[in-house]
Write a protein that binds this ligand. Structure first.
Ligand code: FES
Length: 62
C-alpha cells in the first residue's frame, strides 16, 4: 500500500505517524513532533499531521 512521506524534512511516512498516534495515544501536533520528529523542522507538514490526528482521534487538541 502506498505510504507517502508526510514530513519530507525528516522523511517520516504517513504510516509511521499514524502508528505513533495510535500506539502512544498522541493528541497534539507537539506530541507527534516529540514522538516522531515530524513537523519539527520547517513546519510545512503540520497541516498534514493535523489531518492525521483528526482522522484517528476525531478531533485535535491544540
Ligand atoms: S516537512 Fe515536516 S518539518 Fe519540514
Amino acid at each position: 500500500m502506498e505510504d507517502p512521506i508526510i514530513c519530507t524534512c525528516n522523511e517520516i511516512t504517513q504510516s509511521e505517524i499514524e502508528k505513533a498516534i495510535r500506539d502512544q495515544k498522541l493528541k497534539t501536533i507537539e506530541e507527534v513532533g516529540d514522538a516522531t520528529s515530524a513537523g519539527t523542522v520547517c513546519g510545512g507538514c503540520v497541516d498534514d499531521i493535523y489531518l492525521l490526528l483528526e482522522k484517528i482521534n476525531g478531533k485535535v487538541d491544540l
